[in-house]
Ligand binder design. Structure first.
Ligand code: COA
Ligand code: AMP
Length: 633
């Protein structure tokens, strides 16, 4: 059988049902699916409607049953604590099955939601897989979000329990999780019956401090001490595995729903064909389980593929230095590293000549994959030269769960073009569309759409909100999923992704809604109106920049206002927004009907040709903003 990318891609397009039923054979099913896709509710499609399986069984049990129980499944490496601990497949299965029983004993089962708010410690992986084992739906929330964001997710997902720890470690501080959870519970309308807390030394608060609330606070260790391992429960392929919230253009986050069977198939297929990682290999994905990259390529992908996954609690720089990744590659004999371009830029900034590489043997490394934001050519060249391995950009989103475009290393390595994540991946029929949804010729930039149905592993809806799913993604270009990114396909079929078409920005590979930031800024007592846009940043890719018009008569200095707004954003969204920049301006560019011209501001900031609409109220306002938006231009 031929394994070229072009033939595989052609087959996935001409016979998607046959292609994906064949791919499903890589998964253990309780009921093997005979039907590939259910299109009866189009434009909402469901894969493998008649299949039954358990994804935790596929990630753990089946490898143990095949005699690979002694192989390392999870290698936890904490630069924060200076400790390492490895779990074999048999050990991880034991931990997961025992914790699954703890959840079951609290009455949690199929379809119940469980919110996970944990730092990068083994309990995060154990909790996710334990939910999957009993058919509960996990929703992991990144530790850098503030209680208000946590509360919004509690009210949307209405979880039966929250699993957390006493705290997380950041280089400069310890982050107490329990007060944050308690505040979120106070803010939320939904009452969460149980909070299960993993104890970590060195934090001020413990479960006992919250005993008088109307939630039961329980200790992880005490619960597992008496539990016996639970069996994996078969669920329908179409049953939800997790909800992962991501920023949209409004302040309210979108709960991306991933189902079980199609995700298992996509993970298995992508590990082999994109990442080229299989049994016995070691993958180090330097992200966080709070993001989609962490879900797919720290947890589910490597474990389904019977590889070893490295769970790293630390930063690329400063913990202790810019050689942290190289040290991990050496210590864990890493075959494939996956990170965000920001991490590479941070390392390059701290150690421009990568001198710290000389202290480590990284000869096991075969490839570096990067995703999460645009890979700038400088970072691409630097990493390729210093590491001497292919640097492979892959473009995807929380919604898609796995790469839309990549260099399919495992299938057929293709020549790399800097600035391009290479070609559409089999299953993703990418089209560049004009504003009316008509495909444009090669070389022309437009909206990136993906022809429906999307392949397995992609979002099936937004949690409890099919209407929002359809109106956000499927209505703009009928027949296509709208990615919200713009770009072009060149004459060789290579995709170039240019940036977002909406108000979402990308800060250090984290997706942040400028709409949500504006909501916070406009609630300040002295702010009349505001706009937040992303400015290009040499380290973080983009940084949020706020433009604020004061109410008349407001008595506050720019510095004072900045400090207050920065504190408000940290408090209401979280430190992850990395919001630091505020400019007080006389006016914002607006149309005569009062709409703020954010798009024009973005175009100016991006250095693109910009058009000032004829409906603008006062063209001089744009002139006044130019020095801020494009300094030196
Ligand atoms: N819990 C609590 N706070 C967190 C957090 C967490 N899990 N993660 C980040 N934060 C905080 C940081 O402490 C920092 O707070 P501060 O303003 O008080 O310093 C703030 O959020 C911004 O964090 P970060 O973007 O991580 O900045 P940094 O200066 O700590 O580190 C980099 C800079 C480049 C090292 C870091 O951004 C990085 O590793 N980027 C790679 C991004 C990545 O992996 N993205 C995943 C998508 S694939
Ligand atoms: P997230 O859902 O947080 O993973 O963010 C997805 C968004 O990040 C995409 O819509 C893109 O705008 C951007 N993005 C992710 N990967 C890449 C990439 N390889 N190149 C360019 N942009 C990317």
């Amino acid at each position: 059988m031929s394994r070229s990318h072009s033939e595989t891609y052609a087959r996935s397009s001409s016979d998607p049902a046959g292609f994906w039923l064949e791919a499903a054979a890589g998964i253990d099913w309780d009921t093997v699916p005979e039907t590939a896709i259910d299109d009866s509710a189009a434009p909402i499609y469901r894969w493998y409607p008649d299949g039954m399986l358990n994804i935790c069984h596929n990630a753990l049990d089946r490898h143990v049953q095949a005699g690979r129980g002694d192989a390392t499944a999870l290698a936890y490496d904490s630069a924060m604590l200076g400790i390492r601990h490895s779990y074999s497949y048999a050990e991880l299965l034991h931990e997961v099955a025992t914790f699954a029983e703890v959840l079951a004993a609290r009455g949690i089962g199929k379809g119940n939601r469980v919110l996970i708010y944990l730092p990068m410690i083994p309990q995060a992986v154990i909790a996710m897989l334990a939910c999957a084992r009993i058919g509960a739906v996990h929703s992991v929330v990144f530790g850098g979000f503030a209680p208000k964001e946590l509360a919004a997710r509690i009210d949307d997902a209405t979880p039966a329990a929250i699993i957390t720890a006493t705290g997380g470690m950041e280089p400069a501080r310890r982050v107490e999780y329990l007060p944050a959870v308690a505040t979120a519970l106070d803010l939320a309308t939904h009452r969460v019956p149980d909070v299960i807390v993993g104890h970590r030394d060195g934090f001020t608060h413990a479960t006992a401090d919250f005993a008088d609330t109307d939630t039961t606070w329980l200790d992880w260790d005490a619960l597992v001490a008496t539990a016996v391992p639970a069996a994996a429960v078969p669920v329908r392929s179409t049953d939800p595995l997790y909800v992962l919230y991501t920023s949209g253009t409004t302040g309210s986050p979108k709960g991306v729903v991933r189902d079980t069977g199609s995700y298992a198939v996509a993970m298995n297929w992508s590990m082999e064909n994109i990442y080229g990682v299989g049994a016995g290999d070691t993958m180090f994905t330097a992200s966080d389980v709070g993001w989609v990259v962490g879900h797919s390529y720290i947890v589910y992908g490597p474990l389904i593929a019977e590889a070893t996954t490295v769970l790293y609690e630390g930063k690329p720089v400063g913990t202790p230095d810019a050689g942290a990744f190289w040290r991990i590659i050496e210590d864990h004999k890493v075959d494939v590293l996956f990170t965000a371009p920001t991490a590479l830029r941070a390392i390059r900034k701290a150690d421009p000549e990568a001198e710290l590489l000389a202290d480590h043997v990284i000869s096991t490394l075969r490839a570096l994959f990067v995703a999460g934001e645009r890979l700038d050519p400088d970072a691409f060249t630097w990493a390729g030269e210093k590491l001497g391995v292919p640097v492979i950009d892959n473009w995807w989103q929380t919604e898609t769960g796995w790469p839309i475009a990549a260099n399919p290393l495992g299938l057929e390595p293709l020549p790399i073009k800097p600035g391009s994540p290479t070609v559409p991946v089999p299953g993703f029929r990418v089209a560049i569309l004009d504003g009316f949804g008509t495909p444009v010729p090669a070389g022309t930039e437009g909206n990136i759409g993906i022809e429906l149905p999307l392949p397995p592993g992609t979002l099936c809806t937004l949690w409890g909100n099919d209407e929002r799913f359809i109106s956000t993604y499927l209505e703009q270009f009928p027949g296509y999923y709208a990615t919200g990114d713009s770009g072009y396909l060149d004459h060789d079929g290579y995709l170039f992704v240019m940036g977002r078409t909406d108000d979402v920005i990308n800060v250090s590979g984290h997706r942040i809604s400028t709409g949500a930031l504006e909501q916070v800024l406009s609630s300040h007592r002295h702010v009349a109106e505001c706009a937040v846009i992303g400015l290009a940043d040499a380290l973080t890719g983009q940084r949020p920049s706020g433009y604020v018009v004061l109410k008349s008569g407001a008595q506050i200095s720019e510095e004072e206002l900045r400090a207050e707004l920065v504190a408000m954003v940290r408090d209401q969204i979280g430190p992850v927004a990395d919001f630091r920049e505020v400019r007080v301006v006389e006016a914002l560019p607006k149309t005569r009907s009062g709409k703020i011209l954010r798009k024009t501001m973005r175009e100016i900031a991006d250095g693109r040709p910009y058009v000032v609409p004829s409906t603008i109220e006062d063209p001089a306002v744009v002139e006044a903003l130019l020095p801020f938006l494009r300094p030196g231009a």
